[in-house]
Design a protein around this ligand. Sequence first.
Ligand code: ZN
Length: 169
Amino acid sequence: MAVYPATPTGACSKRTGSKLAKRSARSRSKTKEGYPSLRSWTMAQVRSKNTKPEIAVRKAAHALGLRFRLHRKSLPGTPDLTFASKRIALFVHGCFWHRHDCDKATSPASNVEYWTAKFDRNVRRDARNATDLRKAGWRCVRIWECETKDAKKLAGILRRKIASKPKAL
Ligand SMILES: [Zn+2]
């Protein structure tokens, strides 16, 4: 399976917005010839696994001696990491795709309607998954891509949000 970056390279700049749009237009025009559709391309971006931020979180969790499982498909939203003994489901979210309130969540300058709808769907899906997990007795933890850059800070977040939590009954 192809591994895509969690965020398109250089998603912070305006230029990337148009680069993305260009790529979108290209993908769309090739759909008839059997190339992946724009939808499947963007879905691949959103659903991508084993991203750099995700690997950073795994490393940090491992260093704290936490035991976890990856991508449990039986749980809503297929959480990136699950800590079964604590009943904690953790998602590592790309700031761009999941609309973090930080400077990485830029908005592409073209195809505004398309992107707005796309982002809305992502955010709604995240909220629905979190609700479903809570209903099933799981605590939901979200780590943002921008929180994974600094290993020390990341370890602090994991310690606070996971390691310090008591085991589930
Ligand atoms: Zn962020």
